[in-house]
Unconditional design. Structure first.
Length: 494
C-alpha cells in the first residue's frame, strides 16, 4: 500500500477519534496514531537538493577525517616501530598531520550537530600518542645538540637529577620502553616499577615540585582520585592547588574540614564549568536523580561534555554507567535499586506484566542502556513487546488473533479478574491472574484450550476448591440461609 493511502486512512481514523488503529501488525492508540501520521507525512516530504548536498558533504567530511587519522596512525607506526619501516618521520611531519586532522574534524563538526564518538575517541588517542612521539623526537634533537631537554606532558612524579648534576626528565615514552625491556605488562604498578628503575642512582632536584602529597590525598579523598588521570592539570591548576593544600604531607591527615574543602571545591574552575555547562540539569531531566556515589557523577558529566552526549545518547550512557559491573557484580548497588524503582524501569517491566511474562532485570537494563544484542543491534522497547507477545501466544495460542490485534492478556482478563475479586472477596491488586486464575483464559479440562464464558467462570470459582470460595463471608451466609430454610421445612424453626 502506498504511503499516501496509509496517510489517508490515518487521517480518517484520527478525524473520527477512533480507539485502535492497526498498521503493519502494530496496534496504535489515538495518540500513537497521531504521531504515526506526523511521521509518515514527514517521510513523504520530498528530499530537497540542499538536504542531499549536505548529506553528501557530511559523508565526504567523515571520509576525510578517517583518511587523516589513518595517515597520522601510519606516521606514528613509523616512529614507534622503526625497525619495520625504511622511512623515518620528523616532529614537524607529526605536528602537521595533527593540525590537518584537527582542521578536518572542526569542519565535520560544523556540518553536523551529531558527535561521532568513535571518531572523537580515536582523535584523542592519536593526539596523545602524537604528543609523546613529538616530545621524544624533540628530546632526541636536544640531546644531540646539548640543549636542555623539553618538559614532557607526562613526566615522573618528581623531577630528578643524575649523579653528575645534569637535569633528567623521565618521559612516558621512556617508561613504555622500560616496560618492554623488563618484559612487564602495562599496569599502574608496573609503570611505577619502570619509573623507579629509570630513576635509580638519581637524587631529587633542589626546588623540584613535591608531589608526595598525592597518594595521601587519594587515601583521604578517594572520590577525587580519577581527576589525577582524567583532568588537564594545566587547565584546572586551581583544582590541584586545592588538593595539595588539603593534606599535611608529614602526618597524612586532612588540614581542612569537610565543609571548608567542599566550599573551596565549589569555587574551582572545574566545578563552575560543570555548573555552567547545564549538563547536570540536562541529565537530571533525562533520567532523574540517583545516588551515583562519591565523585562518580562529576566524572560522568565530564565525560558527557567531552564526548558531546545529549538526548537519547545521554540517557543510555548514564544508565550504562549506573548499571556497570566489576567481576559480574554491580559497582553501585544503591543506584541500581533506585533505578529499578523508577518510572521508566517499571514501565518496561509492566510490558511483561501485561502479557503475563516476567522480563529478567538484565533485559530491561539492556533497553535503558541501549546495549547491543548478539547481532550488534541495540535492544529496544519494541523488542520487549515482540518478545512478550510471542511468549503469550506460545501459552495462549487460541488467543493469537486477539494478541496480534493489539490486545494484551491483561485486557482480555480484566472482567474475569473483577469477577474473581468480587466473588472471592479479594483485593484485585493481590490477584496474580497469570498463576492463580489462568483457567479463565486457558481452560483445558474438556479438550482444546478455550476461554470460559462469564457464567462458567463464576461456577468454576464457586465449585473449585482451589479458589476457596467456601471460606468467604458470602459463602457462610449462603450456608446459614440454606440451613435455616431446611430447618423451617422440617418445622424446627418458627
Amino acid at each position: 500500500m502506498a504511503i499516501a493511502d496509509d496517510i489517508k486512512k490515518l487521517e480518517e481514523f484520527v478525524g473520527t477519534g477512533g480507539q485502535r488503529f492497526v498498521y503493519k501488525g502494530t496496534t496504535y492508540s489515538l495518540g500513537g496514531a497521531k504521531k504515526l501520521l506526523a511521521d509518515l507525512k514527514e517521510e513523504q516530504k520530498p528530499v530537497t537538493a540542499a538536504a542531499t548536498e549536505k548529506t553528501a558533504k557530511i559523508a565526504e567530511a567523515e571520509q576525510a577525517v578517517k583518511k587523516l587519522q589513518d595517515e597520522l596512525e601510519l606516521k606514528l607506526k613509523v616512529f614507534s616501530k622503526p625497525e619495520e619501516y625504511v622511512t623515518t618521520v620528523s616532529e614537524a611531519e607529526i605536528r602537521n598531520a595533527q593540525n590537518s586532522l584537527q582542521f578536518a574534524s572542526e569542519g565535520l563538526a560544523r556540518l553536523t550537530s551529531q558527535t561521532d564518538e568513535a571518531l572523537v575517541s580515536r582523535n584523542l588517542a592519536l593526539n596523545t600518542r602524537a604528543e609523546d612521539a613529538r616530545l621524544n623526537l624533540k628530546n632526541q634533537e636536544a640531546k644531540t645538540s646539548g640543549q636542555k631537554l623539553v618538559e614532557p606532558a607526562e613526566a615522573t612524579a618528581t623531577s630528578t637529577t643524575s649523579k653528575d648534576g645534569k637535569a633528567v626528565v623521565i618521559t612516558k615514552a621512556q617508561v613504555d620502553a622500560k616496560l618492554v625491556e623488563l618484559k612487564l605488562s602495562d599496569t599502574p604498578e608496573n609503570r611505577k616499577t619502570a619509573r623507579q628503575a629509570l630513576k635509580a642512582g638519581t637524587t631529587a632536584t633542589p626546588g623540584a615540585v613535591d608531589t608526595s602529597w598525592e597518594p595521601l590525598f587519594k587515601q583521604n579523598y578517594p572520590q577525587y582520585s580519577w581527576m589525577f588521570t582524567d583532568l588537564d592539570r594545566t587547565k584546572y591548576a586551581d583544582v590541584f592547588t586545592l588538593f595539595s593544600k588539603a593534606i599535611d604531607p608529614k602526618t597524612g591527615k586532612q588540614i581542612m574540614t569537610d565543609e571548608e574543602f567542599d566550599r573551596r571545591y565549589a569555587g574551582t574552575s572545574f566545578y563552575r564549568g560543570l555548573e555552567t555547562s547545564n549538563k547536570g540539569r540536562e541529565l537530571s531531566t533525562a533520567i532523574g536523580n540517583f545516588t551515583w556515589g562519591s565523585g562518580n557523577l562529576a566524572k560522568f558529566l565530564t565525560k558527557a561534555i567531552q564526548f558531546g552526549y545529549k538526548d537519547e545518547n545521554l540517557k543510555q550512557q548514564a544508565y550504562a554507567e549506573l548499571f556497570s559491573k566489576v567481576d559480574n557484580k554491580y559497582v553501585n548497588d544503591l543506584a541500581v535499586n533506585e533505578v529499578r524503582a523508577s518510572t521508566p524501569y517499571l514501565a518496561l517491566k509492566d510490558i511483561g506484566k501485561q502479557y503475563f511474562f516476567d522480563f529478567a532485570d538484565s533485559q530491561v537494563e539492556q533497553v535503558l542502556a541501549g546495549t547491543p544484542n548478539a547481532d550488534g543491534v541495540a535492544v529496544s522497547r519494541d523488542d520487549l513487546i515482540r518478545k512478550a507477545r510471542l511468549a503469550a501466544k506460545a501459552t495462549y495460542g487460541h488467543l493469537s488473533e486477539q494478541i496480534d490485534a493489539g490486545l494484551t492478556l491483561e485486557d482480555l482478563s480484566a472482567s474475569y479478574k473483577e469477577k474473581a475479586a468480587k466473588l472471592l472477596e479479594l483485593d484485585p491488586n493481590t490477584i496474580n491472574f497469570a498463576t492463580d486464575f489462568s483457567d479463565a483464559l486457558n481452560y483445558r479440562k474438556d479438550g482444546q484450550p478455550r476461554v470460559l464464558s462469564m457464567s462458567e467462570w463464576e461456577t468454576e470459582l464457586r465449585t473449585n476448591d482451589k479458589y476457596k470460595y467456601s471460606f468467604t463471608k458470602q459463602a457462610n451466609q449462603d450456608a446459614t440461609s440454606i440451613g435455616l430454610a431446611i430447618a423451617r421445612a422440617f418445622g424446627k424453626v418458627q
